[in-house]
Design a protein around this ligand. Structure first.
Ligand code: GAL
Ligand code: CA
Length: 348
């Protein structure tokens, strides 16, 4: 057998949960891209939830390409899936609804928020997400607390915070809203700010590293007082660039506060080592569990409400999973909870 075919079989095997309780539900999941730390954590959570609830789930990698994901949606519908879970690319949520509606297939949208009008066009579509404002405010508040406690962090003593902003993918609500609200939290607390640089690093660690390298050579490490990143991967990339300058490597006199969002496992580790100041939990465990429960319950013809899925449903359409601030003080709790992703859960 060809090596690539063997690999494909291995991948399919890994991603099909063996049912604990037999159910014939088959869920097709479209992921914006596999190479994304937060979405990979959601995938792990979905797989665990499926293992518990029973049934089969398949994941496909959209490679951040709208045409690829559209083909995958068509493929799943042709195969006769019982429900679709979509982590959209561009406007693929609309596409999925358009294709699934005539077949009466429930659609669960996760992560990128679709236009509310689109959700109204189909009674079997739901959106699971988290309020981006919360994550922006919370990451800003982590910096507020830091600058209040560390007067010396205003290195040039000009009464302003000179910062760098690393942005996620353009057109994603988490990028625009987190950027705006992180700055808002600092301003609301009375801080004056000066943005030295801002750039798009598409949620990626490597791009975060490259952009930060560029900012370091333009402004000099001694003139940067904070780094605000829309997610952890880009923050960790920026930290790599700072480490190359001898910063954020354990010496407290050479530390630039960096904040991210997601609370991925590598980010929690970086916090433990004192490299990353703080982050905000983007709750992959609950986002993934809710997605699978809705898909199964809706495919079985049930109503979707707190009694059937265990999560509050707003306006019949939205499942909002709260963000939580992660700081040095409560870090242990999050590290312990991370293990829950792979632990058996409650049968629902
Ligand atoms: C965001 C998350 C990012 C990335 C993105 C993908 O919510 O913070 O790390 O996963 O979703 O769309
Ligand atoms: Ca300053």
């Amino acid at each position: 057998m060809k090596k690539s075919l063997l690999l494909l079989i291995a991948v399919l095997f890994i991603f099909s949960a063996s049912p604990a309780i037999s159910s014939d539900i088959f869920i097709g999941t479209c992921v914006y891209k596999f190479n994304d730390t937060h979405l990979t954590e959601i995938r792990k959570s979905m797989l665990e939830e499926m293992r518990l609830q029973g049934g089969e789930i398949v994941f496909s990698d959209g490679e951040n390409s709208q045409p690829i994901q559209q083909d995958q949606i068509d493929g799943y519908i042709t195969k006769g899936v019982d429900a679709l879970v979509i982590m959209p690319i561009g406007t693929t949520a609309e596409y999925a609804i358009e294709k699934a509606k005539p077949e009466d297939i429930p659609v669960v949208i996760v992560n990128r928020e679709p236009d509310p009008e689109i959700l109204k066009t189909y009674d079997k579509v739901w959106y699971i997400g988290s309020h981006a404002e919360e994550s922006g405010l919370q990451s800003g508040q982590i910096l507020v607390d830091y600058f209040k406690a560390h007067k010396e962090a205003d290195k040039n003593k000009d009464g302003k915070i000179q910062y760098i902003m690393l942005c996620g993918e353009q057109g994603h609500q988490d990028t625009t809203i987190r950027t705006e609200y992180s700055v808002k939290a600092l301003k609301d607390a009375g801080f004056e700010l000066e943005e030295l640089g801002r750039d798009v690093a598409d949620w990626e660690k490597v791009k975060g590293f490259d952009k930060m390298k560029g900012f370091l050579s333009s402004f000099g490490v001694e003139n940067i007082e904070a780094v605000i990143s829309n997610n952890d991967d880009m923050a960790l990339g920026a930290i790599e660039a700072l480490k190359a300058e001898g910063y954020n490597s354990g010496d407290n006199s050479k530390f630039i506060p960096v904040v991210g969002v997601d609370a991925t496992s590598p980010a929690l580790e970086a916090m433990e080592k004192g490299e990353l100041l703080g982050t905000v939990l983007n709750d992959a465990y609950n986002q993934g569990a809710a997605a699978v429960r809705i898909a199964i319950k809706a495919a079985d013809g049930n109503e979707i409400n707190k009694n059937t899925i265990g999560y509050e449903v707003t306006d019949g359409k939205y499942i909002w999973i709260p963000y939580r601030k992660v700081t040095k003080e409560n870090l242990k709790e999050f590290i312990l909870n991370k293990d829950l992703i792979l632990k058996p859960r409650e049968k629902f």
